[in-house]
Design a protein around this ligand. Structure first.
Ligand code: NAD
Ligand code: DAU
Length: 360
């Protein structure tokens, strides 16, 4: 590929991993324009090494809001963008419960705006691609059995997932109505380096290292299907290369875990690299003893599980990282970078936690 790819939300967790993955692991010869509003969740510094190595010829960072039609339009024209990958979103379910407005603006209006910009600039071009990143949460909550298929009816239940569902419908509508070459991927829970410590795995990891209570919502029995972020990045790349316009692909790790199981697996990985007995912050207790049950998340979805059969069969993708392998890589990364990350995000994050219910 030698094109210019516009990556929105590329300063966030998955977007920054994706940009690094494309430059380092795919043989991509083109240019990436990273367009990001730098909300509390975006850090330009997540890609400072990439900026040094590839900018400004092959990597350009632009601070901007996907809701701004004029600005997005100007970027598409200036850089002759022919591929758009839309990661930009408000992503934290708890925040969407406490303040849904930004979720509606970015996740719905922003996605609509990007689709409109693509339609305005690409007319009937066939050498273009719009890939929209979505989530398994649009399908709602599963009972004890079954998995989400591409054909599972949408049943979003939080403001976050409802907004994501809405943008998926818009993306599909642009394919059917205007012939815009759109693909969509619905992925399960990602974990790995650069994830904001508001999410379960990095939150628990950093709190464990500091010997702080680890909040577990409800009974800890809610189930998520975990995927190492690099496996998600590879799936997106495969879809960009070989996915059929108009199609949706479910992406998951085939790695269902109840939250308590996830935490225990995380503590096992942590014990290998930073044994609790040698961690003075723990004052003699073990990581597991930090688990603290707190009030449940409102409307907390009980179980997600993805059937990735279609992307496996049609595009030959499957996850390469096992859970303990991915967790060890994640723990190693946070042990090396966690304190910097904590400092950078600490002010806004702690203020939010205090305002809401975790730090009382
Ligand atoms: P994140 O919160 O870490 O990053 C989001 C990025 O989007 C940030 O850099 C932020 O600054 C940027 N952004 C927010 N609003 C913007 C706007 N209006 N204009 C431009 N940029 C804006 O999110 P993430 O976890 O990396 O998720 C990325 C995408 O993947 C999202 O669309 C999310 O719904 C989807 N997804 C995430 C997961 C997961 O487990 N994290 C799983 C499936 C799908
Ligand atoms: O399924 C994909 C989704 O995964 C993405 O679309 C979202 O953007 C992403 O944030 C993630 O959503 P979750 O709500 O599943 O992730 P989170 O890390 O917030 O929570 C994972 C589980 O852990 C969930 O059951 C809630 C629980 N939890 C979370 C936090 C932050 C706790 O028990 N305690 C916590 O402190």
């Amino acid at each position: 590929m030698t094109k210019t790819m516009l990556v929105t939300g590329g300063a966030g967790f998955i977007g920054s991993n994706f940009i690094r993955f494309v430059f380092e692991k795919t043989g991509f010869k083109g240019r990436i324009v990273n367009f990001d509003k730098l909300t509390y969740a975006g850090l330009r510094g997540n890609l400072s090494d990439i900026e040094r190595r590839f900018g400004p010829k092959r990597y350009v960072f632009i601070k901007g809001d996907i809701c701004n039609f004029k600005k997005v339009n100007a970027v598409i024209r200036k850089y002759d963008v022919s591929v758009i990958v839309n990661f930009a979103a408000e992503t934290h379910v708890d925040r969407s419960i406490h303040g849904p407005r930004e979720f509606i603006e970015t996740n719905i209006t922003g996605a609509f705006n990007l689709l409109e910009c693509a339609r305005a600039n690409w007319k009937n071009r066939k050498d273009v691609r719009f890939h929209h990143i979505s989530t398994d949460e649009v399908f709602g909550s599963l009972g004890k059995t079954g998995r989400f298929m591409e054909t599972t009816p949408y049943d979003p239940r939080s403001p976050y997932s409802a907004a994501k569902a809405s943008s998926d419908h818009l993306a599909r509508a642009y394919f059917h109505t205007y012939g815009l070459p759109v693909t969509i991927s619905n992925c399960s829970n990602n974990y790995g380096p650069y994830q904001h410590p508001e999410k379960l795995i990095p939150l628990a990891l950093l709190k464990a290292v500091d010997g702080e209570p680890i909040p577990v919502y409800g009974d800890g029995g809610n189930t998520r299907d975990w995927l190492f972020v690099e496996d998600h990045c590879r799936a997106i790349w495969v879809i960009l290369r070989r996915g059929r316009p108009g199609e949706t692909y479910n992406v998951g790790g085939n790695c269902e875990k109840r939250n308590l199981e996830t935490l225990r697996a995380l503590f096992r990985a942590l014990e290998k690299l930073k044994p609790s007995v040698k961690n003075q912050m723990l004052k003699g207790c073990r990581y597991e003893e930090l688990i603290t049950f707190v009030k449940d998340r409102a409307g907390h979805d009980r179980r997600y599980a993805i059937d990735s059969g279609k992307i496996k069969r049609e595009l030959g993708w499957k996850p390469r990282f096992g859970f303990s392998e991915g967790l060890e890589a994640t723990v190693a990364w946070y042990l090396a970078h966690g304190s910097r990350l904590k400092k950078t995000v600490a002010a806004s994050y702690r203020a939010w936690l205090k305002k809401n219910y975790i730090l009382r």
